[in-house]
Design a protein around this ligand. Structure first.
Ligand SMILES: [Zn+2]
Length: 356
């Protein structure tokens, strides 16, 4: 009986122990669930953190990108506040914070300097540029058109008022190019020296206007093939005139030589009048200057080869140019009266497109 009772009691005790274990297991299960819940809580906290991060940078980021466009020099106050919290995040290399940092700074670098370099492009033309003065103290003026690497030079009025219409043509070309700067290709810089002998231009529109104030023929004063005097047969001989006291003796000659050697044009037209055609530089004529003369003749009705009067040319501007590696021609207008403007627009176009 006691054993029986003892068996029953031990069974009861076994059940009690089992219940205790089950209860303990239940508690352990509850604690386990509670422990797992501990990992779920941080994500509940995370939304409290995350909204703070994007809301703060989102507004200043957009503002920082836009403001430098209107205020290129005032960009420093904008990125400073977001820069402090974002820089450590950039070092970790992860998370949403790094995404905000890059667009904040990247656009600021190229946007600011780009307009600074292109605010002051060279003007399409410039002038009058005074490059020196004549014997009589008058300015010698040059106009520049275009900014290309290929340099071209037109000189008018080397024989003053006697050939006044070459100066009138230069002034018409200058006015036309000021209104039509695209006429000059972007690869070319064109210089127009409108009056090399302003003293003769001021003195007379007839034969008395040919020489400078020292009675020198400037197209015989250049220091190449220079002579003080020359046979007059076949040459201009209306008045006594000289080649100067020495090669390159005249102020106008020196100013033009300096300008040519400084700007280094690859081709030169020196305008004269009247009627004889186009004379290449060089003694004998230089090959590239002949090609230039042929090109200009093909674009006009000016004659090449020119009329041969038997004159012997000394100390001329084209000879000086050729001696310095520059193709050059003397081009005579048809008369002493007209500028032949339309025809010389064609000459100018061919001159700008001609290549050595
Ligand atoms: Zn002349």
């Amino acid at each position: 009986m006691p054993k029986k009772v003892g068996k029953q009691q031990s069974n009861i005790l076994s059940w009690i122990v089992l219940l205790i274990w089950l209860f303990a297991a239940l508690i352990a299960g509850v604690m386990l669930v509670a422990g797992l819940a501990g990992f779920v809580v941080p994500p509940n906290l995370a939304p409290d953190v995350v909204p703070q991060v994007p809301t703060v940078p989102a507004l200043p980021t957009a503002a920082a990108v836009q403001q430098p466009e209107n205020q290129p020099t005032a960009d420093s106050p904008v990125p400073d506040p977001p820069a402090t919290p974002f820089l450590p995040a950039q070092g970790t290399g992860g998370g949403a914070q790094g995404v905000f940092v890059e667009p904040t700074f990247t656009p600021l670098v190229p946007v600011t300097p780009t307009p600074t370099f292109f605010l002051t492009p060279p003007p399409a033309w410039d002038g009058p540029i005074v490059i020196g003065t004549s014997t009589g103290g008058r300015p010698i003026e040059v106009y520049r058109f275009g900014n290309g690497p290929i340099k071209r030079l037109i000189i008018a009025g080397i024989h003053g008022g006697y050939e006044w219409n070459t100066i009138a043509l230069a002034d018409e070309l200058i006015a036309y190019l000021q209104d039509n700067p695209d006429f000059v290709p972007h690869t070319v810089t064109l210089y127009i020296l409108r009056a090399m002998n302003p003293d003769g231009y001021a003195r007379s529109r007839g034969v008395r206007g040919r020489a400078n104030d020292n009675n020198v023929d400037l197209n015989r004063n250049f220091p190449v093939n220079w002579q003080a005097d020359w046979p007059r047969a076949g040459c201009w001989s209306y008045l006594p005139i000289t080649g100067g006291s020495g090669p390159g003796s005249e102020q106008e000659t020196q100013v033009v030589m300096d300008f040519i050697l400084q700007t280094r044009p690859t081709a030169i037209i020196s305008y004269h009048s009247a009627a004889l055609g186009i004379f290449p530089g060089g003694e004998p004529w230089e090959a590239d200057s002949i090609r230039l003369a042929e090109t200009l003749a093909a674009a006009s009705t000016y004659a090449f080869p020119p009329v041969d009067t038997g004159c012997f040319f000394t100390g001329s501007l084209p000879d000086f140019a050729v001696a310095n590696g520059i193709a050059a021609v003397d081009l005579e207008l048809h008369t002493h009266e007209f500028t032949d403007f339309e025809e010389n627009l064609g000459v100018l176009k061919a001159f700008l497109e001609w290549r050595r």
